[in-house]
Design a protein around this ligand. Structure first.
Ligand SMILES: Nc1ncnc2c1ncn2[C@@H]1O[C@H](COP(=O)(O)OP(=O)(O)O)[C@@H](O)[C@H]1O
Ligand SMILES: [Mg+2]
Length: 213
């Protein structure tokens, strides 16, 4: 599916990512850990086409993604960053209708289904600026999952969720994996129930595979 092929990237003077190879496979959850400032979000941005690498390439189904190809790749990719991509003046419902339609889905029906899924049915008609941090996070996750993408790229998705929210996200991720989807979960401290298939740690620009002798 999506892969990084020899990706390097500088931030200022610092070489944050050194020749990184990382592939996401169908039916597998990949967890990426590492200290603050290690470059996890930078890696997430490059994999999601939001930042260009200085060296190396992002691959889709084994082929290099050229700049003009990203719009095709986005049909299969769900992104959620630490800041959810939401419009603060629109209600939760309106945000989801907008994204559902942008994905070619029936806006109203999908929006209501997802508000229910993430436990925001009572807040659906409130403008997003009045949501708590955790409620924004839930809405942002609904937005990322609603098109049932093949690949999910989630930066710190568990942060600011309460225990119920975390359980909900775990269930969504496990359903996604059972359907044959792949996911990159960037999270400093992920709940053990995530049961990731692969665990990596990014430190000093190098990606280390963990959990295998
Ligand atoms: N636009 C930028 N210009 C210069 N340095 C940046 C920029 N964005 C991030 N950085 C730096 O790159 C490093 C890695 O950031 P980031 O990828 O967000 O790390 P992480 O997500 O692992 O905490 C940090 O030291 C950060 O300050
Ligand atoms: Mg980060």
């Amino acid at each position: 599916m999506l892969a990084l092929d020899g990706v390097s990237r500088y931030r200022g003077e610092r070489l944050l990512l050194r020749n990184i190879h990382l592939g996401l496979s169908p039916g597998r959850l990949t967890l990426l850990q590492g200290p603050n400032g290690a470059g996890k979000t930078t890696l997430w941005m490059i994999m999601g086409g939001l930042l260009m690498p200085d060296k190396g390439h992002v691959l889709w189904q084994g082929k290099r993604i050229r700049r003009q190809d990203w719009s095709l790749v986005y049909r299969h990719v769900g992104l959620a960053g630490t800041e959810p991509f939401l419009h603060q003046d629109l209600t939760g419902q309106q945000n989801l209708v907008f994204w559902a339609r942008a994905c070619g889905l029936s806006g109203g029906r999908e929006a209501d289904r997802w508000l229910q899924q993430v436990g925001l049915q009572r807040e659906g008609d409130l403008p997003v600026r009045r949501y708590s941090l955790g409620q924004k996070k839930r809405l942002g996750l609904a937005r990322a999952f609603l098109s049932e993408p093949t690949v999910l790229l989630l930066d710190e998705p568990f942060s600011s969720l309460d225990r119920d929210g975390q359980r909900l996200l775990l269930a969504l991720l496990h359903q996604h994996r059972a359907r044959g989807g792949s996911a990159l979960v960037v999270q400093h401290e992920a709940p053990p129930d995530l049961a990731a298939d692969e665990i990596y740690r990014l430190e000093g620009g190098i990606l280390h595979r963990e959990g295998r002798p």
